[in-house]
Design a binder for this molecule. Sequence first.
Ligand SMILES: Cc1ncc(C[n+]2csc(CCOP(=O)(O)OP(=O)(O)O)c2C)c(N)n1
Length: 622
Amino acid sequence: MKLESISSPKDIKECKIEELEALAEEIRTAILRQVSEHGGHLSSSLGTVELAIALHYVYDTPKDILIWDVGHQAYAHKLLTGRYEKFFTMRQRGGISGFPKRSESIYDPFGTGHASTSISAALGFAVARDIIQKKNHVVAVIGDGSMTGGMVFEALNNSRHTKKNFTIILNDNKMSISPSVGALSKLFSNLSVKHSHSLEEIGKFLRSIPEHIGGGKLREFMESGKLALENMVSPGQFFRDFNVRYFGPFDGHNLQELIDTLNGIKELPEICLVHVLTQKGKGYELATTNPTKWHGADPFHIEDGTVVVEKPRPTLTSIFGKTLLTLAKQDKKIIGISAAMLDGCGLNILKEDPETSDRIFDVGIAEEHAVTFAAGLACEGFTPVVAIYSTFLQRAYDQIIHDVALQNLPVVFILDRAGLVGSDGPTHHGALDLSYLRTIPNMVIMAPSDENEMRNMIYTATQYKEGPIALRYPRAVTYTNEIRTEFSALPIGTFRVVSKGSKVLLIGVGFVLAKCLDAAGVLEKNGIKPTIIDARFIKPLDIKAYQALFKEHQVVATVEDNSTTGGFGSAIAEIIAEMKQAPCLVRIGLPDSFVEQGEIDELRETLGFSGNGIASKILEVL
Ligand SMILES: Cc1ncc(C[n+]2csc(CCOP(=O)(O)OP(=O)(O)O)c2C)c(N)n1
């Protein structure tokens, strides 16, 4: 059975194990080819190839529901469900998504991208199935990293009394993006020692104790208390307390074992958790030796793993990490917090530095906890810096409001990947943070327009003790060469006049200021020299100073890498609404719809985010 001839999982149902094993190799080759050419999530997907085959072999998808948590590991699933042709368009503009997506395939019953949602969704499917008396199976596949998300336990807690049956596959590779952290990773490691083996070992040990020193009594005791002993050596008890029947661990690369196990548990009328052990990066040695680096990869040469295009400059993420390292060395009250993204957020260099490592906390995929944990630290006089991607901080909205802002605690929020992120698409674009943060009382929000301003904003944030303060910046490399080493705090709420002109006032929020400068070039060719402002702050705003400027201009244009709904442009609209003589306002930003995947620059161009796009919108109004 050739991979390209598979149009649906039905095509593999008659295959022999050897054929399935050969198919697994073909799938790995296809994944490696695709990710090496276009980038993507490599090591997670290489680790779930046999699992995807076994699941589609045993279950009757799409009638049976198969939900992949996060979904970054579902490339084999895509290949087995009629998407071979389109697989090589994955994560590109107009191509298929890098995550499961309902609108893409009937084999993707639930869209994912953010972690720890699969068990809740599976329970929803199971309850619905029983109400409408459908007969199908529901399966959620979740990684050990994603099991650290609080929603998982809310779902398990709820599942216990709904008494629905569905199956959870715990895909345990001992890794989140970095090695898994916390008590759960310890629990799973304990589970990884087959409890039957442990019992056998203990039995052997007890039998070896001679009669005269009480061996017989001990053996009797073991027999009478077998259950208790089993509980003691079998951490499966943890799941049993949730009314979940634990099976495992199994070798997640042994197709026969996986198929037999899934067939064995499939019809059980209870919630089953099948624990499978897999290797992240399986089949590509570089990825198995450094699964963190290969979690998400840019295009690379398969032979030696070198990237096709070197990043021309340092990333903003690394600027943040280096800046915070410098500040944390000077100020021992600074504490860094990450939700399973130490590398992704740039805190890894602080974790590796002996002077700061014990002040850096990876809390697991637990954004809500990260924020409230920071609130507690702030109460005791520390300066917690919570570094979370814009899209993932959405999770912690109530914690930001109720635990931080309401108590006006000085927590610093660092939002990387604000704005468009590119090929990860709509689940990952940071399109809403200005809108969701701006409505929160006490919150200060900043966006730097270059890396020196960014360093000063990080400094300003760590100095600010009046309440919560957030800093957002895009997924980007740096623009300027010269990094200044001194820091200076910015006066809260002030903007910077970049250049003075007349008629048109262009306000850029963050790094899109560069696009405003391009637009100014186009406008100047049309005889208009605009005034250009670097907004710096999104909240608070210097209303009087803005109103004074508005009076001097006919057209005000705001440019932001955030939804125009509720973002900076909306804030300016609120100010203008209170003026007697209002200028015309043009708001340029992301639309009130989910933006699809694609190259960031390409997407921006389509959305009118280029110099020409901005200028033509202004000229239209004039
Ligand atoms: C809410 C949320 N926070 C952070 C992430 C970023 N993220 C993507 S995959 C991943 C690790 C997932 O680990 P695991 O579930 O064990 O899957 P593996 O990649 O190891 O197969 C993280 C932290 C996310 N997708 N969602």
